[in-house]
Design a protein around this ligand. Structure first.
Ligand SMILES: *Cc1c(COP(=O)(O)O)cnc(C)c1O
Length: 407
């Protein structure tokens, strides 16, 4: 009799987005004349930058001719893209990262989810709360946790992000081997200072641990003092893996291109205490299970690094940040404390009441959809996330309605 991986039965069913959809469709059915505005989505709304579309067309034409046709490319990504990433995202910020330490992939979600399989099943994990669910669920699937008790898996050190710590979790008192961090954060929009990241690097060094740093939203940072990469911290090369994606940077959520940086100086240990290169392990895993990102997509991604591409992607993130600023100002006027929105496309609102109750209130009174924070973890209770990914007209209309509803 074929057996299942029973770790999957431990997974707490994520009802978040289906619950939202159910409540919204019930509301729409009962109120067909009231159009709903969705500020709950974590997906971009604006089209691809023109440079990317031109590069896609040109590369597609290359695929149509025998002389320029491409079959399988390098699993790690074409050199033209890896070199552009190394130059623009790392060398330009004085981060000591080489092109051959960059692994191009079809998404950070996959990379964040897959990375854990090169580490032992009995390692100690530290994971933020609230959190991007991928970090947690992939470790549950791999058997690194116990069951879910009162909304939390046993065997994990949760890193609480609360109003008290400004939504940047403190270094835990206990040791962990693998630490997940995400800044600018989804869902809170909070950012970490250089000093805060330096403390995490020191903690990882002390514990011979590894930090998994998700910087999917680095393109939204406007404060020049905030680091874009963990490698802006001295010594981070020896303790950190970084995930980046073109999804939120350049509207690639439906186009699919991202990358993971695994420095060659990063070490992990076997049961006998012998050192192993994490870069070699990830290279083995990546080349065994992945066959590269489509050539036209990599060309489209490389176009982001041209001067025109930099201008266009900046305009794109500026546009969403303009929405975010309007949302923050509106929440401020309503007296609702919030973080995010200044260096991130999300605004995290401390509602002072149950997060689903606030969700229902906004839906019923303003026909606006937000995301209840409780869906991202225990510490998300009492909060909602509002996303800046929308048209300006929708954001303005939604804010007018929210102001009227909460008056
Ligand atoms: C959107 C997002 C990503 C990017 O995922 P892709 O698979 O590259 O689209 C990664 N991390 C977080 C926290 C995100 O919100």
């Amino acid at each position: 009799m074929i057996r299942i991986n029973e770790n999957y039965t431990k997974l707490k069913a994520s009802y978040l987005f289906s619950d939202i959809a159910k409540r919204v469709s019930a509301f729409v059915a009962a109120n067909p004349s009231k159009p709903v505005i969705r500020l709950g989505i974590g997906d971009v709304t604006e089209p691809l930058p023109a440079v990317c579309v031109e590069a896609l067309h040109a590369a597609t034409d290359e695929m149509a001719k025998r002389e320029t046709f491409k079959g399988y490319g390098p699993e790690q990504g074409y050199a033209f893209l890896r070199e552009a990433i190394a130059a623009h995202d790392y060398a330009a910020r004085k981060c000591p990262i080489e092109a051959d330490e960059i692994f191009v992939s079809d998404g950070s979600k996959c990379d964040c989810g897959n990375i854990q399989e090169i580490f032992g099943t009995d390692i100690r994990l530290a994971i933020p709360d609230p959190v991007y669910p991928v970090y947690l669920d992939t470790n549950v699937m791999a058997g690194r946790t116990g069951g879910n008790v009162d909304g939390r898996y046993t065997g994990i050190t949760y890193l609480d992000s609360t109003p008290a710590n400004g939504y940047v979790p403190a270094i835990p008192a206990t040791a962990a081997d693998l630490i997940y961090l995400c800044f600018p954060n989804n869902p809170t929009g909070a950012v970490a200072t250089k000093a805060q990241l330096a403390a995490w690097v020191a903690y990882a060094k002390k514990n011979q641990a590894i930090i998994l740093f998700d910087s999917a939203y680095e393109a939204y940072i406007r404060d020049p003092a905030i680091p874009h990469s963990i490698y802006e911290i001295d010594g981070a090369r020896d303790v950190a893996i970084e995930f980046r994606s073109f999804s939120k940077t350049a509207g690639f959520t439906g186009t699919r291109c991202a990358y993971t940086v695994v420095p060659k100086s990063l070490k992990a240990f076997d049961a006998a205490g012998k050192e192993h290169s994490v870069h070699a392990l990830w290279n083995r895993r990546h080349t065994t299970k992945f066959n590269g990102v489509a050539y036209p997509i990599q060309k489209a991604a490389a176009a982001i690094f041209t001067p025109e591409g930099q201008k266009q992607t900046r305009a794109l993130t500026d546009f969403y940040l303009g929405n975010a600023k309007l949302i923050r100002e509106a929440m401020g006027k309503l007296g609702l404390p919030c973080v995010g929105g200044d260096n991130a496309p999300y605004i995290w609102i401390n509602t002072g009441r149950d997060s689903w109750e606030f969700f229902d209130l906004l839906l019923d009174k303003a026909q606006v959809v937000c995301t209840p924070g409780a869906g991202f973890g225990k510490c998300g209770e009492g909060h909602v996330r509002i996303s800046a990914f929308n048209s300006r007209a929708n954001v303005e209309a939604a804010l007018t309605r929210i102001a009227a509803a909460l008056k």
